[in-house]
Write a protein of this length. Structure first.
Length: 184
């Protein structure tokens, strides 16, 4: 445990990790988010763009939508957002519009991170809202679930390619098991 962080940061990030595991169980990239207001969890969300056929269905967007409905306002100035992966530009924009006061993330995103990895929208002086941003909370756990997901995905893709390139698969319509796999 990082002694410089409030214990609650790790508690809420643990809840976000549970949401990430839910996304992973559905075959989605494992990212989870939690919105907290006055010490109470008001909403959770996890990635579901693939299953929902919705490119905006990131964990943060799901959690922000649910929080706005729960609190009856799209402005969430007293709320904090915990998310397992650094928000992208789309999510950072929604966070700004919601006026979230604090964003806490686990893993940095070197490809699309908008909290400093690629761009830092929250430090952009021309923009009208600047949330406090804390990164690296439970980093190893957040990175680990992503690494596991993508490792399993690559292994499954390799297995499919091997199955398609096997001699049995080359015979049109042949779905039989090769003799070497049926012997005792």
């Amino acid at each position: 445990m990082n002694r410089d962080l409030p214990a609650t940061d790790e508690t809420y990030m643990g809840l976000a990790l549970a949401q990430a595991r839910a996304a992973m169980a559905q075959g989605e990239v494992p990212v989870g988010a939690v919105v907290v207001c006055d010490g109470q969890v008001v909403a959770v969300g996890h990635n579901c763009p693939v299953g929902g056929h919705d490119p905006s269905a990131h964990a943060e967007m799901q959690a922000l939508r649910a929080a706005a409905l729960a609190l009856g306002n799209y402005r969430l100035p007293e709320c904090e957002l915990y998310v397992t992966l650094e928000p992208c530009v789309m999510c950072a924009g929604a966070i700004m519009h919601a006026r979230i006061k604090r964003v806490v993330f686990g893993a940095s995103d070197p490809k699309t991170g908008a909290c400093g990895s690629v761009v830092d929208l929250f430090a952009e002086p021309r923009l009208n809202h600047h949330a406090e941003v804390i990164g690296g909370v439970m980093r190893d756990e957040c990175v680990g679930i992503l690494q596991t997901f993508f490792s399993e995905r690559r292994a499954a893709a390799r297995a499919r390619r091997l199955a398609q390139s096997s001699p049995a698969a080359e015979v049109a319509g042949d779905t039989s098991v090769p003799p070497s796999e049926t012997s005792n």
